[in-house]
Design a binder for this molecule. Structure first.
Ligand code: CP
Length: 312
């Protein structure tokens, strides 16, 4: 059996191209499984997984939980707001107490960049990063790239635009790493205030012209404006942002070519994308969500195979 080069999923930065293809091939198998009448396999019936969410989530939390249950793992869920974290317990103490209950894998979402890496160095469990602040969101990038691959057959040579709040986006950074490793061309499009300095050193181009970017690309990933991470005004008004960087049906139709539209969710309808685009045939937003379960099953399955604790 082919194995991943890593023992944890901390970021796309740490994966190589073979890892990405292995995750996709494994996800192809699990996508077939979750479309069967019986959507479950017994692969991880000896594995216990804890989902630790220190930040809100709808898609990632439910998708990981469903992926774990589809693999027959035992699952426990932890929400920081209902825990003893509010009484002053440290992250390491919290996790070590959970691991004392014989947990094998920890899925963690945390507002602090580097939280997953920190845990991997300080506790004895397989760690999966479900989003660490503005740093990385590797499972999201994997499901995004997988969904584009599903549409086009492969990523190599494809032109992918990432539009919007790049500065505060963990999705953007993980997408850049994944798409570049898979041979795609990447262009970022955002107001200058939302483009990190020196971002071109990652091998991407940057533009402030949405129409030019859309004419160039095969697929556009429209990022959410992350108001909760903004302590300053990065653009004069939401109305101006949506006029210059938001995607509506009129702009899409004026391209006179078909492009596919992704969005990681949650959507600010009418800001980065209008409803007539989000609900159009160009949008693959719900395919992304469906693929997220198969991708997360693949990630967990392949990492647990490295733990050598199950009969997979
Ligand atoms: N895409 C994503 O991470 O969504 P949630 O915040 O709902 O998990």
């Amino acid at each position: 059996m082919k194995k991943l080069s890593v023992d944890h999923l901390l970021g796309i930065k740490y994966l190589n191209e073979d890892d990405l293809h292995l995750i996709f091939e494994t996800a192809d198998h699990f996508k077939e499984v979750i479309n069967r009448p019986i959507k479950k396999v017994p692969s991880l019936r000896d594995t216990t997984i804890a989902n630790l969410f220190f930040e809100n989530s709808t898609r990632t939390k439910l998708s990981f939980e469903l992926a774990e249950k589809r693999l027959s793992a035992d699952v426990i869920n932890f929400s920081a707001s209902q825990s003893s974290v509010s009484k002053g317990e440290t992250l390491i103490d919290t996790v070590n107490n959970i691991l004392a209950m014989k947990v094998d894998v920890v899925v963690i979402r945390h507002p602090t960049p580097g939280a997953a890496l920190f845990l991997s160095k300080n506790v004895d469990a397989c760690i999966i990063n479900a989003g660490d602040g503005t740093h990385e969101h590797p499972s999201q990038a994997l499901l995004d790239a997988y969904s584009i691959r599903e549409k086009f057959g492969e990523l190599r040579g494809k032109k992918i635009a990432i539009v919007g709040d790049i500065l505060h986006s963990r999705v953007a950074l993980s997408n850049i790493f994944a798409l570049k490793k898979l041979g795609a061309e990447v262009r970022l499009c955002a107001p200058k205030s939302l483009l990190p300095k020196h971002i071109e050193t990652l091998g991407v181009t940057a533009s402030m012209d949405l129409m030019q970017t859309l004419k160039w690309c095969d697929a556009a990933n429209m990022l959410r404006v992350q108001n909760e991470r903004m302590d300053l005004n990065y653009f004069p008004s939401t109305r101006e942002y949506s006029q210059l960087f938001g995607l509506n049906k009129k702009k899409l139709e004026s391209l006179k070519k078909e492009i596919i539209i992704l969005h990681p969710g949650p959507i600010n309808r009418g800001v980065e994308i209008t409803s007539d685009v989000a609900d159009s045939k160009n949008a693959i937003i719900l395919n992304q969500v469906e693929n997220g379960v198969a991708i997360r099953m693949a990630i967990i399955y392949l990492l647990v195979a490295k733990l050598n604790i199950s009969d997979t």
